[in-house]
Design a protein around this ligand. Structure first.
Ligand code: AMP
Length: 192
């Protein structure tokens, strides 16, 4: 199995690059943001609870997200690998992911960190707010809150994965194709 994490702040281009990586390496996409929005749109208890956090730009509690990822992975037991997009976002989520992958007899091959400065991110998210219809992309306060959550709870994962020797940073500003080429070079380095 080839398991990757695409890492970076909101608006760094994780979703866009994930789609291209999936097409090239035949991986299953796990976007916890997409899964949570699907739950909310279906009106499930989990989705309604999660939405209270999403609209404020806060992280959904770990146990909710971890359980959801676990169920998704179990439902894709024949996958050749996964790309985790927007997950893990906290140290407990990263620890839970390591354990879940161990159950599948596998592990994370590499963590691809897309590097983009905050001013560019706010611009991208506000623009996305017009087209995506996402409420959490339309309000500047919510966007700033998402960055705060990222700085406080998610960024420590860079140290966590650097410590595991798995973190590779990639410049996230530029042409989509050029960024993708740089990402594939990082993946091919660790691919067996
Ligand atoms: P995203 O689509 O990845 O930007 O996620 C949108 C929102 O969903 C985030 O601002 C969080 O409220 C929630 N969310 C998505 N993934 C996670 C996660 N791994 N842990 C906690 N909350 C999450």
């Amino acid at each position: 199995m080839l398991n990757l994490i695409i890492f970076g702040p909101p608006g760094a281009g994780k979703g866009t690059q994930s789609e291209k990586i999936i097409a090239q390496y035949q991986l299953e996409h796990i976007s916890t943001g997409d899964l949570l929005r699907a739950e909310r749109n279906a009106g499930t208890t989990l989705g309604i609870r999660a939405n209270e956090y999403i609209i404020k730009g806060e992280l959904v509690p770990d146990e909710v997200v971890i359980g959801m990822v676990r169920n998704f992975m179990l439902s894709k037991s024949s996958a050749q690998g996964f790309i985790f997009d927007g997950f893990p976002r906290t140290i407990p989520q990263a620890e839970a992911l390591d354990l879940m992958l161990l159950e599948f007899n596998t592990s994370i091959a590499t963590v691809l960190g897309l590097q983009v400065g905050e001013d560019e991110l706010v611009k991208r998210l506000m623009l996305r707010g017009y087209t995506s219809g996402r409420i959490d992309d339309q309000d500047e306060n919510t966007i700033r809150n998402r960055f705060r959550e990222y700085q406080n709870k998610t960024l420590p994962l860079q140290v966590f994965y650097t410590g595991q020797g798995k973190y590779q940073g990639v410049e996230g500003i530029g042409e989509i194709e050029e960024i993708f080429t740089n990402l594939t070079a990082c993946i091919d380095k660790v691919k067996l």
